[in-house]
Design a protein around this ligand. Structure first.
Ligand code: GUN
Length: 280
């Protein structure tokens, strides 16, 4: 069994980014990321804190706008417009999930596609589907980096993605398809989920339920990627029952220390890409 090690691999990405940032800084060009966070969701707080730390490590300008849980759509959109117009900001990100009374799609569509650090805008989502270059959602992009850096070629593999969100499941499936995997997307309405997951040469769990994927649901020798980030008794754990599934897997990503680190590294990549483009 091998570990898909987010600590090692994200450090590798960060080293590459650091060189690019240093080159820009030498020219007086500072890449900048703005995060807009609404409310107090604990996973979001952790994620946003880690983004701020990553910006500090790599020398990026970082701005976080914190809005209260009961913020109006107007206030949120005002913050996005300000970020769009701020020349110090090259990447803009609205942290998901937003409180239920806010329209996430409308908010995302307001972000300038060139500043869309998440690749969530319809323009960038469309580019991803067509296989054109553009910013790609950070978590799925991070997973693809992990696989490639670990020498795992998914060509011809049966890939099963559990979860159909716009943030992870859908872009993940598209990226795997582009790398020539045969992709199945499963979700909460899938009949006999285990019959699908047991066929998977590569299984991506993006469900949001702690330890949902058990050893009897995986194929021996499979690649297991755990995108889960669940809080149980104050501790974060994944969607995969790591202790038991690791006995059957050939490759497996832990939580923490797995995909989460890659998400941050890819966010830095998307921001630096946007900044290099902006500075010309
Ligand atoms: N919430 C969980 N993952 C993400 C992400 O990659 N981007 C944003 N904006 N929100 C998230």
């Amino acid at each position: 069994m091998h570990i898909l090690d987010g600590k090692v691999l994200s450090a590798q990405v960060e080293a590459e980014i650091k060189q690019r940032v240093d080159k820009m800084l030498a020219k007086g060009q500072v890449p900048g990321l703005e995060v807009i966070l609404v409310g107090e969701d604990p996973a979001s707080q952790l994620y946003v804190g880690n983004k701020e730390k990553a910006c500090a490590r790599l020398g990026l300008f970082s701005k976080t706008v914190r809005l209260p849980e009961n913020t109006t759509q107007e206030k949120l959109e005002e913050a996005i417009r300000e970020a769009n117009e701020n020349p110090a900001v090259h990447g803009v990100l609205v942290q998901m999930p937003l409180p239920g009374h806010l329209d996430a799609n409308r908010a995302i569509e307001l972000i300038l596609p060139d500043k869309d650090a998440d690749g969530f805008h319809n323009v960038n989502f469309g580019k991803l589907l067509r296989g054109e270059p553009g910013p790609v959602a950070c978590t799925p992009q991070g997973v693809m980096y992990m696989l490639k850096a670990s020498g795992i070629d998914v060509t011809g593999m049966d890939a099963v993605v559990v979860g159909r969100s716009n943030i992870v499941g859908k872009p993940m499936a598209v990226l795997l398809m582009h790398q020539n995997a045969t992709v199945t997307i499963c979700h909460s309405k899938t009949r006999n989920l285990a019959a699908h997951t047991r066929r998977a040469d590569i299984l991506v769990a993006a469900i949001g339920k702690p330890k949902f994927i058990t050893a009897d649901m995986v194929k021996k020798g499979a690649v297991i990627v755990d995108v889960g980030m669940n809080r149980v008794d104050g501790k974060f754990c994944g969607d995969v029952d790591f202790e038991h599934v690791k006995e059957k897997a050939n490759w497996i990503s832990p939580v923490p220390g797995g995909v989460g680190r890659m998400t941050i590294a890819m966010l830095m990549t998307n921001t630096v890409n946007a900044a290099e483009k902006a500075f010309g």
